[in-house]
Design a protein around this ligand. Sequence first.
Ligand code: UT7
Length: 343
Amino acid sequence: MTKSNKPHLRNPRSRQTLRPVHIVGTGSYVPERVLTNADIEKMVDTTDEWITTRTGIKERRIAAPEQCTSDMAAEAARRAMEQAGVDAKDIDLIICATMTPDMMCPSTACLVQQKIGAKGSAAFDMEAACSGFLYGLEIGQQFITSGTCNTVLVIGAEKLSTIVDWGDRNTCVLFGDGAGAVVLQSRGEEHGILTTCMGADGSLADLLLIPGGGARHPASKESISGKMHYIKMSGREVYKNAVMAMQTAAEEALRRCNLTVADIKCIIPHQANLRIIEAIANRLGAPMEKVYVNLNRYGNVSAASVAIALDEAAREGRFQRGDLILLLVFGGGLTWASCIIQW
Ligand code: UT7
């Protein structure tokens, strides 16, 4: 993506005239084990100073060996359902955004369904890398807006520690594990999700990928010795595209809702790099006090990042009922999305 080829944004108009959809509960879960920058200094040739100044990350959470994506997803879902006062039997659909499913098949969403006891609900995974949670939110919303579903669980969950090459200092310092979830319903009142803008540019797929384990390079001795099952990223290129795409997506969402950044109470961007977040805030003219940041504690948790941050920001009282919030994501694909919610 170049300046002359700005991110292309499709679909939703402002939806105020349609059946409004609300986030009625949020939840998140991060594993107990903390891996600090000091710990990583002992593993690869890096320093706390480099990681902190280049990314803002101080530590990340790492799941236990027996703990899988579906376990973290189920725990985040239980917390969101508890807050929403929703019983498992009320869930019509479970959407799990992840690039680290427990298995290639069945979907992690089906495993979550079994764990939370939502027998009979529809369940599927969707993959839009780090943008997955907002893609999932938009899909879930469409099911409610259309009247197909009344209650949808949208989850972003990752066990990225299993796809990180712990010998590669370019990537291993960046990622962590965790899950976040929301319950969607229509409360029969105004507000809720006002607009979602999504986009992708598959011509830049090579900038961020896990080449092994799929149909192109199935698991083999060669794929394993070639470390093809690990995440590969052209960091600097991804960085530039991330800033431009999230800025454009944010501006488009504001335009559609006839809002300015001054109207927004809290911005929750994808938590990949503090410098990316500061650059976006600067370009949008938003003070950093408006921007929620937790990457210092968790690193980049891909599809779970914004889901966890949304839950934490809501529980910390960073916004109240009626306040406007702006969510921004960016990831492999390349993919991106923005969403404005009146809480
Ligand atoms: O979640 C999906 C979206 N992902 C992102 O948005 C991530 C976007 N990219 C980034 O956040 C940044 O590009 C990184 C944090 C990945 C890298 O920061 P950078 O400022 O772009 O550094 P760089 O990749 O250009 O590398 C600069 C130098 C290199 O050394 P030379 O070649 O200049 O001698 C690297 O080898 O830093 C070196 N380096 C490190 N040094 C110490 C790379 N990683 C490390 C490290 N410790 N961990």
